[in-house]
Design a protein around this ligand. Structure first.
Ligand code: GLY
Length: 354
């Protein structure tokens, strides 16, 4: 088992290894004194792992209860949050108790937000079951729900007390789910780590899943240690997200977050004037990892959708742009100029046949 220690306002470990799901209760008991715990999952993950996780917490001395909500980003709204909070209250959880977020980004964000506001904040543990949540959303304490006007518009910073990533669970994911998470893995390579990027280029790295997840979490650890509350360098983690967010919005959220980020990274590189060879190299890596490089929406619609991006500050938005593989920079852009950035990206991709 690999351990990455996170040094934020709450200090905690990220545990990464095979066959951890049945040990989740015992591993948690080393960080949190057994108490009442509420396991929150979507109905898909609950059917696969809910009983095993429940039993492991019971066996470790926790008084475990569990609840499930319908799977999908469509559930990440205030109604589901309200249901989770009512569940915690009905089951009489107190400030001494624990929420366990068992699932992907939607579950982690929502259960984490419930833990952040229930009784003015109780502890929670993340058990990510997607690659995307293992390398990104389960670490760093961002929690949120979507509002009608856009994704993640209401939320809180609330660090977990522990993150347990069972790499057998990640390896068992369907290929399209792994591809979705691969986008965030590629992101760390483009941002910080050409060696990691090179490891991903043929798409044949799932045999090294533990080491790759550990490397990504180490990068996230460094970012969170430097800028926990996202007032500076944490913005780099938004590489591909402004373009990707617009694609997700235009698709009515039928394009997955990972797919949006993958195309978004490519659009960032294309619009920033990166050399042809680099844009082609990035596109090849994206495709090798089972993701599309094609944006089917026009620049005007993308620019309109980008206006709901919570990363916007007043009339400006900060874009993350690649300089080369392994190094990016931030550029503050007036929102009125966004359409031009989308146009440049789409024209360049077309010219390169991507
Ligand atoms: N998912 C981006 C961040 O944690 O800042």
């Amino acid at each position: 088992m690999r351990t990455v220690h996170i040094d934020a306002s709450t200090r905690y470990d990220v545990l990464i290894g095979a066959n951890l799901i049945d040990r989740a209760g015992a591993l948690t008991a080393e960080a949190v004194k057994p108490c009442r715990c509420a396991i929150v999952a979507d109905d898909t993950v609950d059917a696969l792992y809910g009983a095993r996780v429940h039993d492991s917490f019971q066996a470790a001395g926790f008084d475990a209860v569990k609840t499930a909500f319908p799977a999908g980003e469509g559930s990440k709204h205030i109604g589901t949050l309200s249901d989770i909070l009512e569940f915690l209250a009905e089951r009489r959880l107190t400030r001494a108790d624990l929420v366990v977020a068992l699932g992907g980004g939607v579950t982690g964000d929502m259960a984490g937000f419930a833990a952040a506001v229930y009784a003015r904040g109780i502890r929670f543990v993340q058990i990510p079951t997607t690659l995307l949540s293992a390398v990104d959303s389960s670490v760093g304490g961002k929690t949120a729900i979507d509002l009608k006007a856009g994704k993640n518009l209401a939320g809180a910073f609330h660090q977990p007390s522990l993150v347990i990533t069972d790499t057998d669970v990640i390896r068992a994911l369907p290929p399209e789910q792994l591809a979705c998470g691969a986008a965030e893995v590629i992101k760390y390579g483009v941002l910080y780590d050409e060696k990691l990027f090179a490891r991903l280029e043929d798409g044949d790295w799932h045999g090294d899943m533990d080491a790759v997840i550990e490397r990504c979490v180490q990068w996230k650890r460094d970012v969170v240690a430097e800028d926990e509350f996202d007032t500076g360098s944490r913005a780099f983690l938004n590489l591909g997200h402004t373009f990707g967010h617009a694609i997700e919005q235009c698709s009515g959220l039928s394009v997955t977050h990972g797919q949006g980020v993958a195309i978004g990274m490519l659009m960032a590189a294309a619009s920033a004037g990166c050399p042809d060879a680099m844009v082609r190299r990035l596109a090849a890596c994206v495709r090798a990892n089972g993701l599309s490089t094609h944006c089917p929406y026009p620049a005007a619609a993308l620019a309109e959708a980008a206006l709901t991006d919570k990363k916007r500050a007043g009339d400006a938005i900060t874009l993350v742009l690649p300089e080369r593989i392994g190094k990016c920079y931030l550029k503050k852009v007036p929102v009125g100029e966004l359409r031009g950035w989308f146009e440049r990206a789409l024209e360049r991709q077309e010219a390169l046949g991507l």
